[in-house]
Design a protein around this ligand. Structure first.
Ligand SMILES: [Zn+2]
Length: 114
């Protein structure tokens, strides 16, 4: 389990690009390298031609979020891995809390009948 942030995605795009394309697409690497440390997402999208290198899409709500946690199996081809944003984690916790309350209510009801 780990967290990935938009800030990380923006600030590491040049080095990640170089790792992915060590021998090709040098023009794009040069442009990404020339960006300031706090690169603008729109600038990066314009240079690369799409937003796949900076978009952090939550697997639950589908939104492009500022951060998500990666949970489940270690990321691999065909792994059961999910990237979930804070709002969706909060909704999941609320489900646990609601179920705990429901079960507690059942116990209270059972006590009252005795
Ligand atoms: Zn979400």
């Amino acid at each position: 389990m780990n967290i990935t942030t938009k800030q990380w995605a923006l600030s590491t795009v040049a080095e990640r690009w170089k790792r992915q394309y060590p021998q090709s697409h040098q023009d794009i690497f040069q442009k990404l390298s020339a960006l300031s440390a706090v690169a603008d997402e729109d600038e990066i999208t314009k240079i690369i031609g799409n937003s796949s290198w900076t978009r952090l899409q939550c697997d639950e709500c589908g939104r492009d979020v500022d951060a998500y946690v990666t949970i489940g199996q270690e990321q691999d081809y065909d792994s059961s891995t999910a990237r979930i944003c804070r709002d969706c984690i909060a909704k999941a916790l609320a489900l646990f809390d609601a179920e705990a309350l429901r079960l507690a209510g059942q116990e209270d009801g059972a006590d009252a009948e005795q």
